[in-house]
Ligand binder design. Sequence first.
Ligand SMILES: NC(=O)c1ccc[n+]([C@@H]2O[C@H](COP(=O)([O-])OP(=O)(O)OC[C@H]3O[C@@H](n4cnc5c(N)ncnc54)[C@H](O)[C@@H]3O)[C@@H](O)[C@H]2O)c1
Length: 286
Amino acid sequence: MKIKKVGVVGCGFMGGGIVQVSAVSGYDVVTTDISDDAVARGIAAIKDRLAKKVKKSEITQQQVDDAMGRIKGSTDINVYRDCDLVIESVYEDMELKKKLFAELDKVCEPKTYFGTNTSCLPVIDMAMATSRPEKVVGIHFFTPPPLMPLVEIMESVKTSKETMDMAVEFGKSVDKSVIVAKDTPGFIVNAQMIPNVLNAVRMVESGIATAEDIDLGAVKGLSHPIGPIALADFFGLDVLYAISAHMYEETKDPMLKPPLMLKRMVMARMLGRKTGKGFYDYTSKG
Ligand SMILES: NC(=O)c1ccc[n+]([C@@H]2O[C@H](COP(=O)([O-])OP(=O)(O)OC[C@H]3O[C@@H](n4cnc5c(N)ncnc54)[C@H](O)[C@@H]3O)[C@@H](O)[C@H]2O)c1
C-alpha cells in the first residue's frame, strides 16, 4: 500500500520534527496534542524552523507554503481514522503509549499501520495493546528529526514483512538513511551510545577526569562531533537516566546501570541544557 496520509501523535520536540519532515516530503499530515495550545505551539515551531531554512536558501517559500498547507493540527484522535500510517511520539511512558495504541486501534481503519518513535521501550508490548500487532513497527527518528539523517526501524516478533517493507520505504521517502534492528534494549544506536555515555559519567563521578577533558578526548582523540558529557547535557539527564534504567532493568548489564551521580543530578533537576545546568552551566552567568 502506498502511504499518502501520515498521523503523528504528540507534536512536541520529536513529533513536531516528524510532522515537518513528512510534510516537506509531500505527505498529508495530521497531528494531535493534549491541548489547542500545545498543537499551536508545535505547528508554530515547525513554521519557525522552515522560515530559517528559507533564509539560508535551503528551501523556497513556495515549498514551505506547500508543506504547511499539508499539515492539520487537532486535539481529536478521530483525525487518524483514515491515515495510512500513524506514528506515536508522546512521552516515553509505556502505560500512556499502550493506552494510546488501544484507542488508535479502535479509531483507525484496518489498513492503518502504527509506528512508535520510542527510544528504548519494547515495540511488542505496545503492539499487543492493539488487535493488529503485525502492523506495528518501531520508527525511531533522531534528535532533531529535520537535521539527523537516520531512521532506525525496529521489528518486533510479530511485525510482518509487509509492515517492515512499508517502514523502510517510509524512512527512505523522508530522505533518511535507514537501519533495521530487532526489538532489543536500545536497538542499534542507543545500545552503542548509552554505555559509552554512562562510562563517561562514571569517569567524572570517580574523579578520573573532568567533563571538559573527557569531551575534548572524544572530540580530538576519537573525531566525535561532540563529547559524551556534552551529549548527555544536550538530550537531557532525565532522558539518559530513564533510558539507561530501562535498559538495565531488562538486561542487568552492569555497563547500563545508571551511576548514582546521574540519579542525584536528576533529583536536583540538573538536567542539562533544558534546565540551564547539568554537567556544564548554560546560564548567561555560566
Ligand atoms: N528527545 C529525544 O532526544 C528523543 C529522541 C528519539 C526519540 N525520542 C522519543 O520520542 C518521544 C517523544 O519525545 P519528545 O522528546 O518529543 O517529548 P516531548 O515532551 O517534547 O513531546 C511529547 C509530546 O506528546 C504530547 N502528548 C502527551 N500525551 C499525549 C496524548 N495522549 N495525545 C497527544 N499528545 C500527547 C505532549 O503534550 C508533548 O507535546 C518519546 O518516546 C521519546 O523517547 C526522543
